[in-house]
Ligand binder design. Structure first.
Ligand SMILES: [Zn+2]
Ligand SMILES: [Zn+2]
Length: 133
């Protein structure tokens, strides 16, 4: 909890109980949640929390560089932590989004004259769990 407070202050975010709860959830679950997923998981714990509050805080975290919106084809925007660079494997059967080691997209693959600002690599397929069912 103290570490998160420190992180918030470093990123210019005023720590509040609800912000801590939301960020802690994302940190703990590592499930690349949507606003609805966060809201459904936390509403029992924090009955005063509204969907709008979750949305506003997630947007703030994105603005301050703690989260980024994922470019997935899912109906709702999913969010991920900015802390470790990695790529993603999306299971088309169960919808799980897995972290996988960064798939490199080196300078050799980008045409000359183009400058990369950020890279998001997604691989779609069937995960280990679904294959063994
Ligand atoms: Zn799966
Ligand atoms: Zn991830």
């Amino acid at each position: 909890m103290l570490d998160i407070k420190k992180k918030f202050l470093e990123h210019g975010i005023t720590p509040s109980m609800q912000r801590l709860l939301i960020y802690q959830y994302i940190l703990r679950e590592r499930n690349h949640p949507s606003v609805d997923m966060i809201y459904s998981a936390l509403k029992k714990k924090a009955p005063t929390l509204s969907r709008t509050t979750v949305y506003n805080n997630v947007t703030l975290f994105v603005e301050k560089g703690l989260l980024f919106p994922m470019l997935t084809e899912t109906a709702e925007t999913r969010y991920d932590l900015t802390e470790h660079p990695h790529s993603h494997f999306i299971c088309s059967q169960c919808g799980m989004i897995y972290d996988i080691p960064s798939v490199s997209c080196g300078p050799g693959q980008i045409p000359e004259g183009f400058v990369t600002a950020k890279t998001q690599v997604y691989i779609q397929g069937t995960c280990k769990n679904c294959r063994s069912k």
